[in-house]
Ligand binder design. Structure first.
Ligand code: SAM
Length: 323
């Protein structure tokens, strides 16, 4: 069900720990099948260089551990750490943890979620990038099991207080933020302690179960047009865009193959602030044209991504070009 995910070219030592959920046909996946055993699930969002994840996985070998990071460098560093530790019960993904936690775990299946020193994004204009917002609290209330917990450690008291408010509103029982507790032993903890900054810890236990809207699907969208379309016509779709409440997409560039038989369109899509960049391939056959997501940059199949594939095909079918 889960093909070899070790196709990364960064080295074999940590390839077994990497998963590429954007390529899975089944979302949410069967985590027990993926790990090869059923075990309590613990998730870390923003694991950085992986110090906590490696140590926690060593300390709790009876749990299955999943980490999400948006930095490729961090994924590589943490992967190497895990590779050296030989921790077979850990999986890492290069993914936005807010989206991944909501989309990749069925209701009430996660035992623990850890968030350590999330980027505080203090400016109001950057606030939407914060991990622990109201939507994340709703996701936690949905995916955590009864009695499941989220643990936040941060050097920014205001961040912990905002998170506590959001979690309380989502029905959590809150302990903290308290200062001085032992942290996760990460690079950032060491950095802030060295600077004499207080370290705040917040533990939130799930109360009533929450609910959240999931938007990703496994099915790959594709459309067949029953006639060949020229590369020039496809290239003229650069600039094609649509916006609607909560979503948008735009076609940014076109790359035409030397033989003109296929064109890759680079597109951006956003669903409720979740942004993705990907390629849509338009392949010309003798009697038809296929419009589909290209394997070189596969996105999660969200409504905006699916809408972009359909809109590109519709524009080609109608002979429309450009925005
Ligand atoms: C300040 S660092 C802390 C790293 C680590 N937890 C530590 O304590 O050393 C914050 C990390 O969160 C990651 N990050 C930020 N937003 C994220 C998101 N939405 N999903 C997953 N990781 C994220 C960043 O790439 C960065 O590595």
């Amino acid at each position: 069900m889960y093909p070899d995910e070790g196709g990364y070219a960064w080295g074999v030592d940590f390839a077994p720990y990497l998963v590429r959920p954007e390529r899975w046909e089944e979302i949410p996946p069967d985590w027990a099948a993926l790990f090869g055993r059923a075990a309590p699930l613990a998730v870390e969002v923003g694991f950085g260089n992986g110090e906590f994840l490696a140590e926690a996985a060593r300390a709790r070998p009876e749990w299955n551990w999943v980490g999400f990071e948006t930095s490729l460098t961090c994924v590589v560093k943490a992967g190497r750490k895990l590779g050296r530790a030989g921790a077979a019960h850990v999986r890492l993904a290069l993914a936005d943890g807010r989206f991944a936690l909501r989309e990749l775990f069925p209701d009430e299946t996660v035992n623990r979620v850890f968030v350590h020193f999330p980027c505080p994004w203090p400016k109001r204009s950057h606030a939407e990038r914060r991990v622990m917002d109201a939507e994340f609290a709703r996701t936690l209330a949905t995916v955590l099991q009864p009695g499941g917990r989220c643990e936040l450690v941060t050097d920014v008291l205001g961040y912990a207080e905002d998170a506590a408010l959001n979690l309380e509103r989502a029905g959590f029982r809150i302990a903290g933020p308290q200062v001085g507790a032992a942290g996760p032993g990460t690079r950032y903890e060491a950095k802030w302690r060295e600077q004499g900054r207080p370290i705040w810890r917040l533990v939130a236990e799930r109360g009533t179960k929450g609910s959240t809207l999931r938007i990703a699907e496994g099915t790959m969208p594709h459309v067949r047009i029953d006639r060949p379309v020229t590369a020039e016509a496809v290239a003229k779709l650069v600039g094609l865009k649509e916006t609607w409440p909560g979503g948008a997409f735009v076609v940014k560039d076109a790359y035409v193959a030397p033989d003109g038989g296929s064109v890759l369109l680079r597109a951006f899509a956003t669903d409720e602030g979740f942004e993705q960049q990907y390629l849509v391939a338009v392949r010309r056959g003798a009697e038809e044209t296929l419009v589909k997501l290209d394997g070189a940059a596969v996105p999660f199949r969200t409504p905006a991504v699916k809408r972009s594939v359909a809109a590109i095909a519709a524009a080609l079918e109608e002979g429309r070009c450009g925005p």
